[in-house]
Write a protein that binds this ligand. Sequence first.
Ligand code: MV4
Length: 449
Amino acid sequence: MFRRVLVANRGEIAQRIIRACRELNVETVAVYSEADADALYLRQADETICIGPAAGAKSYLDIPAVISAAEIADVEAIHPGYGFLAENDHFAEVCRSCQIEFIGPSAETIAMVGNKARAREIAMGAKVPVVPGSDGPVTSEEQAKEEARKIGYPVMIKAASGGGGRGMRVAHNEPSLLSGMRSAQAEAAAAFGDDTVYFEKFIESGRHVEVQILADGNGEVLHLGERDCSVQRRHQKLIEESPSPTLTPKQRKGMCAAAVRLAKASNYKNAGTVEFILDQDGSFYFIEVNARIQVEHTVTELVTGVDLIAAQLRIASGESLWIKQRDIRNQGHAIECRINAENPAKGFMPSPGRVVAFVPPGGPGVRVDSHCYSGYSIPPNYDSMIAKLLVHRPTRDEAIRCMIRALDEFVVEGPHTTISFQREVLSHADFLAGLHDTNFVERTFGSHP
Ligand code: MV4
C-alpha cells in the first residue's frame, strides 16, 4: 500500500478519500483553493497545500499546480476523486511521466472510453447491446440525413468527447437534425476542443441504470450490482438507489455481465461505472463509461459492504482483486438523496453563503457524507452539493420511510436546500411504485419551476 497520497479534490469526496486512507494507514496531503481555506477536510488531512485562487481552472484543474504540490509533498500517488481531473487522460499521462501513481485507469483507457463513439465500437466488439445509431462519427449534412433516415426519428445527437448530458441534442425531424447538429458541434468544440458528433436513436421514457465494476488490470473484473439514477434534473442526478426497482433478475444478470465484458475489452483498471438506458420493453443499451469513482458510489457501498475508495487504493497500489464474484452479496435496499444548496422554488438556483445551523440526521440505517458544519460558508465557485444523505434498510418501502424520517430530521439553516424537494419526490406515487423514468422530474415538477 502507498505510504502517502495526494487528494486532488475538495468537499465531501476529499473527506471520503481521507477517511479511507486513514483506515489503511496511508498519510494524506490535501490541496485547497483560497476559497476552501476553512474547509473541514483540511483538518482531517495530515498536510495541506494551497494550490491557487478560487477559480477551479486556477486550482483543482491546474495540472502544474497539482503536480508541484505532489512533488513538494513527496507523495506516491494522487487520488483525483470525481470531476476536475478525474477523467483527464493528459493528467494521467503527466502523473505517469512524473512517476506518481494516478489512482484510476491508464491514460490510454481513459482516452479510449472517454471518446463515446469509440466506446460504442468497443461495446459492439464485446457483444454489449448499444442503441441503434450511426456507424461512427457523422461529419457531413449528407451523411447526417442518411444516418437519421436509417435510425428513424427521434434521433439523439451526441458529442464524442461529451458525457453526462453535455453536447447532446434531440431531433424529431430533418430541419431540427441539421440545426441541432450544428449547435452540438459548436458547443462541443467550445467545451471539449473536439466537435466530433455521432447519432443514436433517442430512447424516450427510459430508465438510467448503471453497473458498478471493480477491475484490477490483471484480467480480474467484478461487478457490484446496479444503481438506478432515473431521478435527474437537467442531467444532475438527485436520487440514486440500489437495487433498481424495475430490473428483473434476468435483466440484472445480463446487464452486469455486459458491463464486465466491456471492462475487459477496454483493459479497464480501477473502480468504474458502465451506464445503460433501459427502455419500456425492458431492453437495455450501453450509453457510456464513467472512468472514475462517482458521487453515488456510496449506494453500492451500503448494499455490498465493500469500501470502494479503499478498493481503488488497493488496486492502484498493485494488488490483485482479493474477493471473488460469489463473495459479493447485495443485501437490502439503499437510497441516496443529494442535498444541494439550491432553491427548488427558483429553478434550483444555487444558494451559497453561510450555514447558520447544520444538524444531520442519524439513527438506524442512516449515513451522511458531508463536508458541511454549522458556521461553514459555502463558496459560490463549485458545485452546490453540501451532503449526501443515505439510508440502508431491508426493503425499498422501509428505505423510503427511513429516508423521509431522515429528511424531516435534517436541519440546514441559512441556504436554501433541496431537502423539501427530495421529501416531495419520496412521497410521490410514481416514485413509490418505482414507475418513474428519466422524464419524471420535468414532467412532475416542470422544467421551468
Ligand atoms: C440517451 C438517452 C436516450 N437515448 N441516449 C443522459 C446523460 C448521458 N450519460 C446519457 N444520457 C442519455 N442518453 C439515447 N440514445 C437518455 C439519456 C438520459 C436522459 C435524457 C434526457 C433527459 C434526462 C435523461 C436522464 C438520464 C439519461
